[in-house]
Each structure stands twice: as structure tokens, then as C-alpha cells.
Design a protein around this ligand. Structure first.
Ligand SMILES: *Cc1c(COP(=O)(O)O)cnc(C)c1O
Length: 365
């Protein structure tokens, strides 16, 4: 294999158990949108559903239908927009939908659909949904008109801001949402907490369900969560090694000069595998436990890394290289929140290697 993403499924489960303890009596919905953050939605859902997770969230109808192919007894919620001509399909496939406008409600009422609905409230994300006061009218209308409301929810926009202003904003969002607590006897799920909320704001009165995304993978924004375990690692191999005999430019655009006597390796991943171009001359990989800086522009299918003298004699063609891992993301990206962006960007030609107790049990693409 040229490049592969290793996923430690037992650690994923460990993390979910930790989250479960943290959120106490709230239920967990695992967010597996975007192919489960790049880790493979089908295998993730299959594995988690065997281990007690029964609620999943995706972004769109296609993702929900893909999961229904597994024929598992799980609840599935579409967090994103559902178009009117998709609502019947969701209904027929027992897929819950998010409702954020009146047209959807009228359509459901007119066609007498029994589809499970979660009303989306915008408490400050500024993306989709009804503002809180209108949201109350919507809930009342749905309850009065026999629309099958399963949930009411909102989304936090800055729960991982890690500063006073962000935290105040999050608390304001949670407070605004609290007017919906009064429906808890008539509506099954009231929910607002995402990963940042779960890890940092679950002391608040904030519903009876949480939506866990990136925290399942041991992270919050770009930070590792100390009490959670490492789940993922992208690996590749060394394709070539060379010690330069004179100062030499490396890669496209001559942006990096390697000096006489220095050693470098070409490795088997590039930006088409999801190794972002912004990492050029900025990130590093790990070989034989040493950090090796990425030098020069990252190419589509390969990139070059500097080999420190300390490991020069240990590396050879086909030596394994760690390219993306939680500690690398944490170290290089603290100023942008891009762990989601990196993980969901890992390319299609990177194999997914699912492991349990350190041993691979399934390899897919
Ligand atoms: C993506 C998403 C989540 C999960 O977010 P994380 O920060 O990864 O936990 C939860 N709720 C909604 C509405 C989302 O779109």
C-alpha cells in the first residue's frame, strides 16, 4: 500500500464511553456526516451500532440512504437541508429530517406525512433555522397539527473558542435555547451540544441528547483531549532517499533549497491524498520517531521531507512514515481550526485500515 489511514476502532469506542460518562443521563448521537469525517461512515456505523450506539446524524439524504443500506435498527437524522421532493423518500426510509422553514412544514402537513421532524433553532450560528421566538410558534403549530416532532435543536458556533468572549457567547446561545426545555415531555429529543459543548459546557441545562462529532476522534478543534485516546493516523512509505552533493532546489517553483550534504526523502502522499498545500514548508512527518520537516511545495501525489542526521542510517526505501496524526495537527495548526478540514479531506485513494486491539480487521477504500 502506498498510503493508508489507520483507524483504531476500540479507541473510538473508548472515547464514546468516556463521552457517555461525561454527559451522564443524556443520550448520544454520533455525527457521521462526510463519510464519518473521512473515516468511513458505513464501517463506523456498523461497528458503533454493534456496541450500543443507536443514533446517528448525517448531512444530507444521500448519506442517510447509504447508511440505510446497512439495514440496522438505528435512528438517522439529516442535519442539513432536505428539499421538498426529498421528504417522501426520507419518510419511506425512516429517516428523520431537520426542518428550518415553513414550506417544509406545510408540505408535510398537506401530504399527511409521518416523517420524524427535528425543528432547527438558530440561537446564534447564523446558518439555518428559525429564530427562537418564531421557533416556539413553529413547535406549537406542529404539535397542534399532528406533525411528528421528534426533536428540537440548535447548534453552537464557538464552543471551542477557549476564551472568555467565546464562552459568554456559548452560554448566551444555551440560555436562548432553554425556552424549549418546556417541551421535554412532548418532544423526545432536545439538543444543542456538539463536541465543544460536550467537553466544556455540559454542566448547563442543555437538553437530553448530545451530538458528538470530532470528539469521538479524541479532539476538540485542533487540540487533543487528554482523557481521550488516539484514533487515527495517516501513513505512507519512503519512495526514494538522497543526500545532495551540492545546494539543490526541491520541488515545484524552487521554493526550498537543500544544502550540500543534507539528506531528504520523497514520500508517497501529496495534496490529492489530502495533505494540504498549506503544509508545504510548514508541517512535518514522523519517521523512526523523529520529526522530519516537509520541504518545498507539496506535489499532487508525493512530497519531500528532510531527514535529520540522527536517523539517516535507519531509513530506507519503504520505511514507514506517519503523515497526519492528532499530535501533528495540534502542533502545526493551532491558529486555524482545521482538524475537520484535514480529516474530511483525506483522499479517496488512501486506504482505510480498521483496527481492533492493534490488529487490522478490514481494509477498504
Ligand atoms: C457537524 C455538526 C455537529 C458535530 O460537530 P463537532 O464539532 O464535530 O462535534 C453537530 N451538530 C451539527 C448541526 C453539525 O452540523
Amino acid at each position: 500500500m502506498r498510503a493508508w489511514l489507520e483507524i483504531e476502532m476500540d479507541n473510538l469506542l473508548f472515547n464514546i464511553d468516556k463521552i457517555r460518562k461525561k454527559v451522564e443521563n443524556r443520550e448520544i448521537m454520533a455525527v457521521v456526516k462526510a463519510n464519518s469525517y473521512g473515516f468511513g461512515a458505513k464501517e463506523t456505523v456498523r461497528y458503533l451500532s454493534e456496541h450500543g450506539v443507536k443514533k446517528f446524524a448525517v448531512a444530507c439524504l444521500d448519506e442517510a440512504l447509504e447508511l440505510r443500506e446497512l439495514k440496522l435498527p438505528v435512528e438517522i437524522l439529516i442535519l442539513g437541508v432536505i428539499f421538498l421532493d426529498e421528504i417522501d423518500i426520507a419518510d419511506r426510509n425512516d429517516i428523520q429530517i431537520t426542518v428550518g422553514n415553513w414550506d417544509q412544514i406545510e408540505y408535510i402537513k398537506k401530504n399527511n406525512l409521518k416523517v420524524g421532524v427535528h425543528i432547527k433553532i438558530d440561537t446564534g450560528m447564523g446558518r439555518l433555522g428559525f429564530l427562537p421566538e418564531e421557533g416556539e410558534r413553529v413547535v406549537e403549530y406542529c404539535l397542534a397539527n399532528n406533525i411528528n416532532i421528534v426533536g428540537i435543536y440548535s447548534h453552537l458556533s464557538d464552543a471551542d473558542g477557549f476564551n472568555r468572549e467565546s464562552d459568554n457567547y456559548t452560554e448566551t446561545q444555551i440560555k436562548k435555547f432553554q425556552i424549549f426545555e418546556k417541551y421535554k415531555d412532548r418532544v423526545k429529543y432536545i439538543h444543542i451540544l456538539n463536541s465543544g459543548g460536550i467537553l466544556r459546557f455540559n454542566h448547563e441545562l442543555s437538553g437530553n441528547l448530545v451530538r458528538a462529532g470530532i470528539c469521538m476522534y479524541g479532539m476538540i478543534a485542533n487540540y487533543r483531549v487528554p482523557e481521550l485516546k488516539r484514533v487515527f493516523c495517516v501513513k505512507t512509505k519512503i519512495l526514494s532517499i538522497r543526500t545532495v552533493e551540492e545546494d539543490s532546489f526541491i520541488s515545484y517553483g524552487r521554493k526550498y533549497t537543500l544544502h550540500k550534504g543534507e539528506t531528504y526523502a520523497t514520500i508517497g502522499v501529496g495534496y490529492a491524498d489530502g495533505i494540504k498545500k498549506e503544509f508545504s514548508n510548514r508541517s512535518y512527518v514522523i519517521i523512526e520517531n523523529e520529526k522530519c520537516p516537509i520541504i518545498g511545495e507539496i506535489c499532487m501525489d508525493m512530497c519531500m521531507v528532510k531527514i535529520p542526521d540522527s536517523i539517516k542510517d535507519k531509513v530506507q526505501i519503504e520505511t514507514e512514515v506517519i503523515v497526519v496524526r492528532d499530535d501533528i495537527i495540534e502542533e502545526i495548526n493551532v491558529e486555524h481550526k482545521c482538524s475537520w478540514d484535514i480529516l474530511t479531506g483525506i483522499g479517496r485513494r488512501v486506504y482505510r485500515v480498521y483496527k481492533e486491539n492493534g490488529k487490522p480487521y478490514l481494509i477498504t477504500r
